[in-house]
Design a protein around this ligand. Structure first.
Ligand SMILES: [Zn+2]
Length: 386
């Protein structure tokens, strides 16, 4: 890979003819069209938070360096930003007065700044490496650089490695903040659109967790039909079964549950009633587990992490049971007392016993002292497995 260092380019040179696409949140071109700011494998502009973008401008005004910038020179002579896209987009947006900095408590847009100060900003020189190499070399290298401030996340790196028609189309669907489906998706998925997280989720579902294989296999596809259809099937399936949405739905592994349960018939009215009952039940500690529990026919209560009895309740019940047992000359485990083995009269210590719901939790029994009995560990285990 060939590299040359340029120190002569100014902010004015780079921002000449700057084009920003508000819709996609992308800086597109600079240097009068000669520079592509956001190649396919770059992420969306994430500095527009009124802090990181302002910090870039502050550094320039104070004369601090904003770090090395890397361009790639393509075979056709066009330049692409490899690293520095966020900084260049901040500069371009500032000099085109798309955001303000605050000076002495007053917001200042570029167009409102004194001419000499404007000129000073525009005349600031940047440090830019221009690289020339094969696609593989450039991508290998791109993988290893760590963009100042916010490192690329896993999906952003994969988009860079497998850039091509498939990623372009997939980003149009899943990384497009104008997509009107996002509000629906966000009920079931916790994701940020400009960090490629919906795309990651969609790929994860369709590939059953093998995102990299899937991206490699489909890299040059000219459609994303399978990805889109599968994703929508999962979303529609959730939508058709659960009438209400709950915050915890965002953390459920829907892709996995869809694979297990989507062929089963459900009565959405019953499901909704059951879900809201469980939500209201304060014994259910793991709200997120409710959805899998209900889809599985309300069998596996381990998913709900049912609240256990308090230590002091166990001690109270133990003391009462033990005293009564001693008076009657039987075991303090009521099930041992009913048996005909050696433990019929055995008095267990507190440590040798566990608390049990007299009426099972799944049959409406509460987790409070009135529904608590102490059983020896063996009998507790046997009863728990029924
Ligand atoms: Zn027992």
């Amino acid at each position: 890979m060939k590299t040359e260092l340029h120190t002569e380019w100014t902010i004015k040179d780079i921002c000449e003819g700057f084009v920003y696409n508000e819709l996609e949140g992308k800086g597109l071109f600079g240097m009068n069209g000669k520079l592509t700011i956001q190649p396919e494998y770059q992420r969306n502009y994430i500095y527009a938070d009124g802090k990181k973008d302002v910090a870039v401008i502050d550094s320039v005004i104070k004369g601090y360096p904003i770090g090395l910038i890397y361009f790639n020179r393509r075979e056709d002579g066009q330049l692409e930003v490899l690293d520095g896209q966020q900084r260049i987009t901040s500069l371009g947006r500032f000099v085109t007065s798309k955001f303000a900095i605050v000076d002495n408590g007053i917001p200042q847009y570029f167009r409102g700044i004194a001419k000499d100060k404007q000129d000073k900003i525009l005349a600031t020189k940047l440090l830019i490496y221009v690289c020339e190499g094969t696609e593989t070399e450039i991508k290998e290298w791109f993988k290893t650089i760590n963009i100042a401030g916010i490192p690329l996340n896993k999906q952003e790196v994969l988009n860079a490695i497998y850039s091509g028609s498939f990623v372009t189309l997939a980003k149009e669907e899943f990384s497009n903040s104008q997509n009107s489906n996002i509000s629906k998706w966000s009920s079931y998925i916790k994701a940020s659109i400009n960090r490629q997280e919906y795309l990651e989720c969609a790929l994860n579902w369709v590939s059953k967790g093998h995102i990299e294989d899937y991206m490699s296999l489909h890299r040059y596809d000219t459609n994303i039909n399978e990805l889109k259809t599968y994703f929508n099937s999962v979303i529609d399936w959730i939508d058709s079964i659960f009438f209400n949405t709950y915050p915890e739905m965002q953390t459920v592994e829907w892709g996995r549950l869809y694979e297990i349960y989507h062929r089963q018939p459900y009565n959405p009215q019953e499901i909704s009633t059951k879900v809201s009952e469980l939500y209201a039940d304060e014994c259910v500690k793991n709200k997120k587990g409710i959805f899998e529990y209900v889809l599985g026919g309300c069998q596996d209560s381990k998913l709900l992490e049912i609240r256990i009895f308090e230590e002091r309740d166990k001690k109270t019940v133990y003391a009462r049971q033990t005293q009564e047992a001693k008076e009657k000359g039987i075991s303090n485990c009521p099930l041992c007392a009913l048996s005909n083995d050696n433990n019929k009269k055995r008095i267990w210590t507190l440590k040798e016993m566990d608390a049990d719901h007299v009426t099972a939790w799944s049959k409406g029994g509460a987790t409070d002292i009135r529904n608590c009995q102490m059983l020896c560990k063996t009998h507790n285990r046997i009863k728990g497995n029924k």
